[in-house]
Write a protein that binds this ligand. Sequence first.
Ligand SMILES: NC(=O)C1=CN([C@@H]2O[C@H](COP(=O)(O)OP(=O)(O)OC[C@H]3O[C@@H](n4cnc5c(N)ncnc54)[C@H](OP(=O)(O)O)[C@@H]3O)[C@@H](O)[C@H]2O)C=CC1
Ligand SMILES: Nc1nc2c(ncn2[C@@H]2O[C@H](COP(=O)(O)O)[C@@H](O)[C@H]2O)c(=O)[nH]1
Ligand SMILES: [K+]
Length: 478
Amino acid sequence: MRFLDGAVPPYDLTYDDVYMVPRHSAVASRYDVDLATSDGTGATLPIVVANMTAIAGKRMAETVARRGGLVVIPQDIPIPVVADVVRWVKQRHLVFDTTIELAPEATVGEALALIPKRSHRAAVVVEDGRPVGIVTAADCAEVDRFAQVQQVMTPPRVVVPADTDARTVFDAIDTARAGLAVGVDADGRLVGVLTRTGALRATLYTPAVDASGGLRIAAAVGVNGDVADKAARLLEAGVDVLVADTAHGHQDRMIDALRAIRSVAPAVPVVAGNVVSAEGTRALIEAGADIVKVGVGPGAMCTTRMMTGVGRPQFSAVRECAAEARSLGRHVWADGGVRHPRDVALALAAGASSVMVGSWFAGTHESPGDLLEDSDGRAYKVSFGMASARAVANRTSAESSYDRARKALYEEGISSSRMYLDPQRPGVEDLIDAICSGVRSACTYAGAATLEDFHERALVGLQSAAGFSEGRPLSTSW
Ligand SMILES: NC(=O)C1=CN([C@@H]2O[C@H](COP(=O)(O)OP(=O)(O)OC[C@H]3O[C@@H](n4cnc5c(N)ncnc54)[C@H](OP(=O)(O)O)[C@@H]3O)[C@@H](O)[C@H]2O)C=CC1
Ligand SMILES: Nc1nc2c(ncn2[C@@H]2O[C@H](COP(=O)(O)O)[C@@H](O)[C@H]2O)c(=O)[nH]1
Ligand SMILES: [K+]
């Protein structure tokens, strides 16, 4: 990456401060761009879901890994629970989505509570493991909540063997004008469901899988307690990538934690952070990190910069840390502050191998929280920061009352924020589609067929606030 006209920025920059200039391209199609990462994590997309309790759970992990990204399960989740999640995620089908299954006698009320948990917005009624009906929210409208689903279900219109190729399933759904296809095994037992868009996606994305063909998943460890023991238990559970995470990564505790992790995890990729300087990046790499997590203060739930004045505008932080990591043959993840597809493209241009997204994905069907409605009927989920009073109270619940009171004084995150679902893009895969389209397109504007080429070729200019605002679309006239 280089700056237009050799500019030397007079101050540190964030994503809104910069833009990319198109360059001659020999890449004929946006589909010719390979978005696979080269950082050893096995991700086929440069997207990592941040280790935040309100965002990264098992449904998120399944859905994102099926499209090629990675989800980091937070350090606040007890390790036996993480082990269950890992086992479950690794058993998921690589094409068909996990179904919300209901018995014929289940109530409409139960169906309505479960249907919003999945973007395919339907439940399958199952008898002896075989699909006998489909229920959508529309089928339940104006029906007594205690009615049984067998009274409102409709028969599945497209039932296919689960090994049918995705293009054929797409055509079958399209021809039948059905909402989705139900996939079954050789005995007619339910395997999963696939929507028309899901079938399309299955032809465009490559799942991130481990050597046994299971979906990949990452998990975080903090820097306190017996870090080697926690890391060993996570590895035993089958975690593919370990993330050592704390607010101030460039500290002795982190260096010790990394050495402890490396003693039990010589082979798996280890990620550590957060830092925002070349010095911090080098220190974590020397202590054993393969990938350094970059970002102090850009996160949407983060109050660190307001509380402390500490941090660094994210584009410059990523650029400096990526250059240092690359000089040592390692990588960085850009962590925090992503609000538009362009931010992902710019982080990759600055040299990140992958980009972490947290809050933006909180407002999706796949985040763990319940779907709520505000007084205007707009759907949202509640998100909160990992250094918020709420998260600290959860994390320290086993400690003495005195210790909890002491720790409660250091609050650097929002405890409750409403993340609205975008009615056009209510699922995390809708947002991933938008990000991937943006990044693929950015790569062809730069004339790049891979993310490495993109970093190499990106030509970046500095812009004023007016320049940024000019790029925003107008939904009504001026
Ligand atoms: N990217 C970002 O900008 C930030 C991210 N976070 C996220 O919040 C979560 C919780 O992280 P964290 O608060 O580190 O909690 P942890 O539970 O990981 O504890 C951090 C440890 O580091 C010590 N420490 C020393 N200096 C600091 C400092 N300036 N800030 C925080 N801890 C310090 C603490 O000791 P003692 O309490 O005695 O001081 C404590 O032992 C993580 O997921 C982290 O990524 C949090 C803040 C900023
Ligand atoms: N200072 C804080 N940073 C936090 C907190 N919770 C999470 N984070 C950081 O934000 C990113 C995600 O950024 P987003 O803009 O996509 O939401 C996450 O990975 C952490 O590094 C917090 O409470 N305080
Ligand atoms: K912030």
